[in-house]
Design a protein around this ligand. Structure first.
Ligand SMILES: Cc1ncc(COP(=O)(O)O)c(C=O)c1O
Length: 442
């Protein structure tokens, strides 16, 4: 016990946890000692079902033996090597395998370290592409209200309307944001909202299309903005307009990638091929930080030539780290197995039964929605402005009963690893319902 208290006091004294306020700090963080499958084991003996895949990264379950084996074997051979001027087998195999499962000619892979850098790289590629092909006037970016793309300056700029970055407005470049046609089960006005969004795009492209470099979107689900979902047809209509105007389309699949929407990528679920795609989080199965930005070959070709000015001047120390490549290769093998295909279907089925046909009837549940393995709803409140408290109450209720959630304001969502069992999903829904009832004295 003393040892636990010591650890916590050192944590409190020395660690700056992300997205943490003093209020949050007053609840001591749980020290997680180990994990297996969908379960996190606390040092104090408590267990938690990880219903958020540890910030949306854990794909097949914690400490999955095949990924553990792949990393440990790789560690005895080659742990890291400079990736400028040298290459290695793991990176080559990973780029090849990724290209094989991504749509069409998305087959040129640029490695980086996390979702934010994958986005930063996509923005830089899009920007420089137009300079390299002699259209430097195409320098403007389009994005969607509520979209979140990461915390570096470029990623913040295209996510400026996510509500996270008020302090940094002056650091960002200007981006035009379009309305996002968020929809849910039973929504009757979606056609009109989609029309409004597409009309805003038409209007912008009509006037400024020739000055626009790219449009970035989180396809099918805006994650951090509140698990806001849109329809595939909307993405197809939007993509067709971008193509007609010559505007590059960037899919930020940092969250939606690797099966979350039911197919390996939302691009496949929605039948839309973007020009660039950003992947991270689940890439290594959630074991190690790594990201990729993948683009069409024709975009890459514009960066070739004899003058260094044509090259993309971007690279990171750990680019294509061999341990992360080994983890990603093992994770991709698992992702493409028939077992995972079945698991994705089962998770979606459970969400549909428990949320859309069950919890959706609860008086405090609004806008229930499911896309693939992701389910979400809004807690309906009479007063606005207390959304942070709502989420925290439900989270605390569930945490003390062995379920890890991390609500986004008044949005409760479930985004489990694919090894989750039906019983664990049922436990989660039961606890969430009990939490709603207790918090609001129903
Ligand atoms: C859609 C999307 N893009 C980018 C990011 C940033 O990724 P990272 O936190 O790995 O930098 C996130 C993180 O949640 C995300 O959800």
């Amino acid at each position: 016990m003393d040892r636990l208290q010591d650890l916590l006091s050192h944590d409190r004294r020395h660690i700056w946890h992300p997205f943490t306020t003093d209020h949050e700090k007053s609840i001591p963080p749980e020290i997680i000692d180990s994990a297996s499958g969908a379960i996190l084991y606390g040092k104090n003996g408590n267990q938690y079902i990880d219903m958020i895949s540890s910030w949306w990264v854990t794909l097949h379950g914690h400490t999955h033996p095949e990924i553990v084996r792949a990393i440990s074997q790789q560690a005895t051979r080659l742990e890291q090597v400079i990736f400028a001027g040298l290459t290695h087998e793991g990176a080559i195999a990973l780029a090849h395998n990724l290209s094989g499962i991504l749509p069409e000619d998305l087959n040129r892979v640029f490695f980086s370290d996390d979702g934010s850098t994958a986005v930063e790289v996509a923005l830089k590629i899009a920007y420089q592409y137009w300079r390299n092909v002699g259209s430097p006037e195409r320098r403007h970016f389009l994005a969607y209200h509520g979209g979140y793309h990461g915390d570096t300056v470029g990623a913040m700029s295209v996510g400026a309307r996510s509500g996270f970055f008020g302090h940094f407005t002056d650091m960002m470049f200007e981006v035009t944001t379009l309305p996002f046609p968020f929809t849910w089960d039973g929504d009757s006005d979606i056609t009109e909202r989609e029309r409004v969004s597409l009309a805003a795009l038409d209007s912008w492209l009509g006037e400024f299309g020739h000055e626009t470099a790219a449009l970035i979107v989180e396809p099918l689900i805006q994650g951090a903005g509140g698990m806001r979902m849109c329809r595939s047809q909307f993405l197809r209509d939007m993509a067709a307009r971008c193509r007609a105007a010559g505007v590059l389309l960037i899919f930020d699949e940092v969250m939606t990638g690797f099966g979350r929407t039911g197919q390996p990528f939302a691009a496949l679920t929605a039948h839309v091929t973007p020009d660039l795609i950003c992947l991270a989080k689940g890439l290594t199965g959630g074991f190690l930080p790594m990201a990729v930005t993948v683009c069409r070959e024709s975009i890459y070709q514009a960066f070739l030539g004899t003058a260094f000015e044509r090259a993309l001047a971007h690279g990171h120390s750990f680019t294509a780290n061999p341990l992360a490549c080994a983890a990603a290769l093992a994770s991709l093998r698992l992702l493409m197995s028939s077992q995972t295909e079945l698991a994705l279907k089962n998770i979606e089925h459970c969400h549909r039964i428990r949320l859309l046909e069950g919890l959706a009837k609860h008086p405090l549940v609004g806008q229930p929605r499911v896309t693939g393995t992701v389910a979400a709803f809004n807690v309906l409140e009479e007063t606005n402005g207390h959304s942070l408290v709502t989420g925290q109450r439900i989270r605390d209720f569930c945490m003390t009963r062995g379920l890890l959630l991390r609500p986004l304001g008044n949005v409760i969502y479930l985004l489990p690893p694919y090894c989750i069992t039906q019983a664990q999903i049922n436990t989660a829904y039961d606890l969430i319902e009990a939490g709603l009832n207790q918090t609001y004295k129903i």
